[in-house]
Design a protein around this ligand. Structure first.
Ligand SMILES: Cc1ncc(COP(=O)(O)O)c(C=O)c1O
Length: 389
């Protein structure tokens, strides 16, 4: 491939752009993970999670991708053959379901159209019908990264409470944590699943579970083999600032710095910034005459946008042109949306010029590819950004 010059725009919906101070923090020498300096680092990070996200429950970190954190959530609190309820919102919900099946769980997978959020009313109906409480856990992907659809976890909690159902609530926040408002405690989430490479502005490689008391209690009698993923061994070692295995020390340096950046900006501002970029991108899409994958305006994601191309147009061809001509990586269509849609990431360390640069790359690639569309989306986004400071 030809060497591309200048700054590369990494606008896939994760990994996101890693800020320079985070990269520099990770470039320090690795220290003894059983020494006093490491203890201080772990404790600072755990406190950081509490102040940023009000995580009062233990945060269990793994050297893993988000997929590992999915496995950890299921393995810790369930036993072979137990029933879990999941919703087909898109590719990531489907992949989590496949893992649950591989672990020997009995998955009830509510069919979806890959364009909509989880319907809390449907959830309530299913739980009300489950009169003997056979469903042990409900698995929800908060922000479905394959479709750019955000489900309403507050309403999902209300539906579970209205049905008076005891199932655990497991929520995947891989592409929402630190980008979209999220309330683990207020929403009574039992396991929050996260990853490092999106809103947290780190490279890939760190997965996490935030674990409620109810989930820890369930874990005591759950019998899937926990091995490496055992929450209690990690929570116990973390109490002294350590890990039961060799931790990803340099990623943790980066995490401490990323937490500082989020803290300095303030989470209210971080969420408002993402909302503004989501709205500006959708304004551009509307001007281009392109349809979002997401059908319901109230469920549009603010950390990424997924756009459909007219029938017969290969979305990967637009992505190929964008990369080859303008040095920008856009997200490919996944699973059922392969070649039909492409995705624009606008999460993490991001500013107005990065967004307008990104949208300019998209508009030029659309133009070169010969897709039928209206020019002028970038100008509309620019106006939106100027009018909405
Ligand atoms: C919502 C969601 N869940 C889970 C994952 C899987 O994470 P990983 O690719 O880090 O294993 C992803 C990855 O993009 C994701 O977007």
């Amino acid at each position: 491939m030809k060497k591309l010059t200048g700054h590369h725009f990494l606008q896939v919906p994760g990994p996101s752009n890693v800020p320079e101070t985070v990269l520099l923090a990770m470039a320090r020498a690795t220290i003894d993970h059983r020494g006093p300096e490491f203890q201080v680092l772990t404790k600072a990070i755990l406190n950081g999670f509490e102040s940023l996200f009000d995580f009062q429950d233990p945060v269990v970190m793994y050297p893993s991708s988000g997929t590992g954190a999915w496995v950890a959530a299921l393995i810790n609190c369930l036993s072979p053959g137990e029933k879990v309820l999941a919703f087909e919102t898109g590719q990531f919900a489907t992949l989590w379901k496949v893992i649950a099946l591989e672990l020997g769980l009995d998955v009830m997978f509510e069919q979806g159209d890959w364009r909509s959020a989880v319907d809390p009313d449907r959830l309530e109906t299913i739980l009300r019908e489950d009169t003997s409480a056979n469903i042990k856990a409900v698995c929800i992907v908060h922000n479905e990264t394959s479709t750019a659809v955000t489900s309403d976890i507050g309403s999902i909690r209300q539906a579970m409470d209205a049905a008076n159902h005891p199932a655990l609530l497991l929520v995947d926040t891989v592409s929402s944590l630190a980008s979209l408002p999220y309330h683990h405690k207020e929403w009574g989430v039992d396991v929050t699943v996260g990853g490092s490479q999106k809103g947290l502005m780190l490279p890939p490689g760190l997965g996490l579970n935030v674990v409620s008391n109810k989930a820890r209690k369930a874990a005591k009698s759950a019998s899937l083999p926990k091995a490496y993923w055992n929450w209690e061994a990690i929570i116990d070692a973390n109490g002294n600032g350590f890990f039961p295995y060799t931790p990803p020390t340099n990623l943790l340096y980066g995490l401490a710095e990323a937490q500082k950046l989020l803290f300095d900006e303030g989470m209210t501002q971080v969420y408002a910034r993402h909302a503004r970029y989501g709205a500006a991108t959708r304004a551009a899409a509307q001007a281009w005459g392109l349809e979002t994958v997401c059908r319901q305006p109230e469920n549009h994601s603010n950390s990424l946008t997924a756009l459909l191309l007219p029938d017969g147009v290969d979305a990967d061809e637009v992505r190929r042109l964008a990369l080859e001509k303008f040095n920008i990586s856009l997200g490919t269509g996944l699973g059922k949306l392969s070649k039909k849609a492409f995705r624009i990431g606008h999460m993490g360390d991001f500013n107005d010029l990065m967004l307008t640069g990104t949208l300019t790359g998209v508009e030029m690639a659309l133009n070169l590819s010969g897709v039928e569309f209206q020019k002028g989306g970038v100008a509309v986004a620019m106006n939106y950004l100027q009018e909405n400071h």
